[in-house]
Design a protein around this ligand. Structure first.
Ligand code: FRU
Length: 471
């Protein structure tokens, strides 16, 4: 099956189109899928509906890049509608074997198309020699059913190889309605054997009813389970999004398929971060993309014929039992011009910038011997949209404010003597990386007109500032 090019929705207004973040050429996108390096290119696949700017029967959109930042759109890799994936090709992953690229994805099926709450899901393979054209495996599905103690929720396979054996984990829900991760094993990527439960939620309120988009990998000698649980209850400063994305740190035992782990930590504290996936770059870096949006967010770009974007690619680093996320070093190549390089003496200081649409801002301040208690970066647009990041040096609390519904998000750093803030501003997004990725906020930010940027503090302070205009 192919995409009907005559029916593809066009982009009708470019006001919110991002310049250096990935988004679909038009139409709807959500999760990044199948992240892989293959034959000289980084590949990104993504959950895609080409005919509308709202979610619909899922396709796999596809693009490739040599630098993780400039993307060439390729033909849609997977189109739903075959017997194994009648109502959607849901999320999944990729792996290279025998010089071929294998995709493994979830087939989605409704018993009755008018009742979208009742469905079944299976796991399928598609194969490519050139990394552009994919053929679904003729014996799909490769995993037809979840184990008998599972509900219908059974999706998002993530595959990897370990000591010559292939493993995959899949997100699921057990018959007590608790989120969990299942493990399968294979010698050839085609015949899979169920190997048990990696870990399961203890209760819905704290752990969630369904765990989507699992990813299991080693980072600095520890095993990390990264996933997107649904159903965790809001707490005062945590779990404030509709759904979460975060991780356990632990030790995975290949003999009994179980992960022993600590508590769940959110990976990004912003409003717009979900359904992440990671992969290994040829130089060994563990790189992550997330969907820089949230289910049920308003996404005003829908009116313009598109919706959804990916975060900047981020390198993951484990440090003091915490995952840090840093924009990949390739982002330095986006710098077109240094527009400011100064030690500013700040109390309420407007940055003198002629263009604020596409910027990288680097700020450093030292709070030793400082009498104040807060430092803030404040963005305000001529159409009255506001965003701020406030650091309280007494409590180490970082508060993100975005005007609109449910405005506050919170993070905490371990350092109060100094701060390093790196901000990436694109047409309709802002990402804050604090203290080399210790705390990150990912935000969509929609405005028209101009934006002013102010640095504020309740006592005069020196802020070392380097700002770049980005290509
Ligand atoms: C996560 C998710 C996945 C599913 C896909 C469907 O955002 O719900 O679990 O495979 O999106 O588009």
């Amino acid at each position: 099956m192919e995409v009907n090019q005559f029916k593809v929705i066009p982009v009708t207004n470019h006001r919110y189109r991002l310049k250096y973040h990935f988004s679909a050429p038009s139409g709807w996108m959500n999760d990044p899928n199948g992240l892989v390096y293959f034959k000289g290119f980084y590949h990104v696949f993504y959950q895609y509906y080409p005919y509308d700017s709202s979610w619909g029967p899922m396709h796999w959109g596809h693009a490739r890049s040599e630098d993780l930042l400039h993307w060439e759109n390729l033909p849609v890799a997977l189109v739903p509608g075959d017997i194994e994936d009648e109502d959607g090709c849901f999320s999944g992953s990729a792996i290279v074997k025998d010089n071929k690229l294998f995709l493994i994805y979830t087939g989605h099926h409704y018993y009755d198309k008018n009742d979208q709450d009742n469905f079944w899901q299976n796991q399928n393979i598609a194969i490519s020699e050139d990394g552009i054209h994919f053929k679904k495996y003729e014996k799909n599905p490769v995993i037809s059913n979840p184990p008998s103690d599972n509900t219908q929720h059974f999706r998002d396979p993530k595959v990897w190889e370990h000591d010559g054996i292939y493993y995959l984990i899949v997100g699921s829900q057990n018959s007590e309605k608790l989120g969990r991760i299942l493990l399968y094993k294979s010698k050839d990527l085609l015949n899979w054997q169920y190997n048990g439960v990696v870990t399961v939620a203890k209760n819905i309120k704290n752990d969630g009813f369904m765990w989507e988009c699992p990813d299991l990998f080693r980072l600095n000698g520890r095993d990390i389970l990264l996933f997107s649980p649904q159903g965790i209850e809001r707490q005062k400063n945590r779990f404030l999004n509709l759904y979460q994305t975060g991780y356990f740190i632990g030790k995975f035992n290949y003999l009994n398929s179980q992960l022993k782990h600590g508590s769940f930590e959110e990976l990004d504290k912003g409003h717009d971060f979900y359904a992440t996936q990671t992969f290994i770059a040829p130089d060994g870096r563990r790189i992550l993309f997330g969907w820089m949006d949230m289910w049920e967010a308003s996404m005003p770009e829908k009116r313009d014929g598109w919706a959804g974007a990916l975060t900047l690619p981020r390198e993951l680093i484990l440090h003091d039992s915490k995952i840090y996320m840093l924009p990949v070093s390739e982002t330095k190549s986006l710098r077109r011009k240094k527009v400011l390089d100064q030690s500013l003496s700040v109390s309420d200081t407007k940055l003198d910038l002629s263009n604020t649409k596409h910027l990288e801002i680097n700020l450093q301040a030292n709070f030793e011997e400082w009498l104040g208690s807060y430092f803030e970066v404040y963005l305000k647009t001529t159409d009255d949209k506001e965003m701020s990041l406030t650091f309280n040096t007494k409590t180490c609390l970082l508060t993100l404010f975005r005007s609109g519904p449910d405005p506050y998000r919170y993070g905490k750093t371990l350092q109060n003597k100094k701060i390093k803030i790196r901000i990436f501003i694109d047409t309709s997004s802002v990402e804050f990386f604090i203290n080399d990725g210790e705390v990150v906020f990912s935000e969509r930010f929609y405005y028209e007109g101009k934006m002013n940027i102010n640095l504020c503090a309740n006592e005069q302070i020196t802020v070392n500032s380097q700002i770049y205009d980005l290509k």
